[in-house]
Design a protein around this ligand. Structure first.
Ligand SMILES: Nc1nc2c(ncn2[C@@H]2O[C@H](COP(=O)(O)OP(=O)(O)OP(=O)(O)O)[C@@H](O)[C@H]2O)c(=O)[nH]1
Length: 347
């Protein structure tokens, strides 16, 4: 007798749109108890998996690189291993990086003789941020593709921006993908298993790519080359004010190049409780205090992902605020007093 296939759901959406936040809500839904979550990250310092609030054995982190490019093989291996191991597993949720195109991910599973038998692709859920969504769709083909292939579109951050802009974005999303249901992240279904249940049963085939008619690999090319990921680390506590000033200066000076900021900071004020800092494009979210260090390891680790980002400048201002003044780098006091004192500063 054939056993029931495991539901496979893809949660995608541009950098910082709110994928992890949504998955954390989902994991609290009791009907999702037999669910494994696979997380793929872009950037050498891994933070995402630390932020998914679940016993670590339910959450699997895939290595550095983009799921639709370098780590596709790792996903296939992970899915095969999960199927072999877990008798009770009913659903696997894959959170892609913000830059991934979900189509090649679906194709990899469906083209695999073994996996296509074990897994039933249930849905592609794309998260869109109401504040940055319009600008993101204008600037990044990846985001257009993610919206176009979705079964469900979840609109986040409706609490942050004007309702009028949100309505314009909803109309645009509906034009890009008339078949997908659009749900506000505040709706109860958005944080439950119902989000994945599209009512259409097994997808017969992966959806067509948004608007490319040429080879995927050539289309969006190599994310590792087009986007930079800068990892900043510091092993001593930093004053809260220094962290805030660093983030302010970073977004003021490099804002147009920044796609994502995410990090855990050890502060002088409360070293035992890490400060979670987050930003998406120019939007800096209010920092959050976590109750403990997720992996027990203290120290600051911040990832900045950008396009045409001035990496050297980012490192210099971080060093200055972290009190690691390098030769030629003014110290924090001088910077706070006069940010223009940074060597290489460009308006
Ligand atoms: N106010 C508000 N903030 C939100 C909402 N959804 C997400 N955020 C915040 O947005 C920031 C980014 O959210 P994440 O869930 O980490 O985004 P992500 O898509 O997983 O990010 P990447 O994995 O880096 O691409 C965090 O600071 C969240 O708290 C929302 O609906 N409202």
């Amino acid at each position: 007798m054939e056993s029931t296939p495991i539901a496979l759901d893809i949660v995608t959406g541009f950098l910082g749109a709110g994928k992890t936040t949504l998955i954390n809500r989902l994991l609290k839904d009791p009907t999702l108890a037999d669910t494994a979550v696979i997380i793929n990250e872009f950037g050498v310092v891994s933070i995402d998996h630390l932020l998914v609030e679940q016993a670590s054995d339910g959450v699997i982190e895939l290595g550095d690189g983009c799921l639709c490019c370098t780590v596709r093989g790792a996903l296939v291996d992970t899915l095969a291993a999960l199927a072999g191991r877990a008798q009770k597993l009913r659903r696997v949720v894959v959170e892609t990086t913000g830059l991934a195109d979900p189509v090649p991910v679906l194709q990899a599973v469906m083209a695999h003789p073994e996996l296509s038998r074990i897994y039933r692709i249930e849905s592609v859920v794309t998260v869109v941020d109401a504040v940055n969504g319009a600008a993101t769709l204008d600037a990044h083909d990846e985001a257009l593709s993610q919206v176009a292939v979705a079964d469900r579109l979840i609109l986040t951050k409706g609490d942050l921006g004007p309702e009028e802009d949100r309505q314009v974005l909803i109309r645009r999303m509906a034009t890009l993908n008339p078949k997908a249901e659009i749900l506000d992240a505040r709706a109860p279904e958005a944080g439950s298993a119902a989000m994945f249940e599209t009512g259409t049963g097994t997808r017969a085939a992966p959806p067509p790519a948004a608007h490319h008619d040429h080879d995927h690999a050539h289309d969006h090319g190599h994310h590792e080359e087009r986007f930079q990921s800068v990892s900043l680390t510091h092993d001593r506590p930093m004053p809260l004010a220094a962290v805030e000033n660093f983030l302010d200066l970073l977004t003021t000076q490099q804002g147009e190049h920044i796609l994502r900021i995410k990090g855990l900071v050890e502060t002088v004020e409360e070293p035992s409780r890490p400060l979670l800092v987050q930003g998406a494009q120019r939007l800096l979210h209010a920092p959050e205090r976590l109750s403990r260090w997720p992996d027990g390891e203290r120290g600051t680790r911040i990832v900045v992902i950008g396009q045409a980002l001035d990496e050297d400048y980012v490192r210099r201002i971080f060093s200055a605020f972290a009190g690691q003044a390098a030769v030629d780098t003014p110290d924090r006091t001088a910077l706070e007093h006069n940010p223009l004192a940074i060597p290489g500063f460009r308006a």
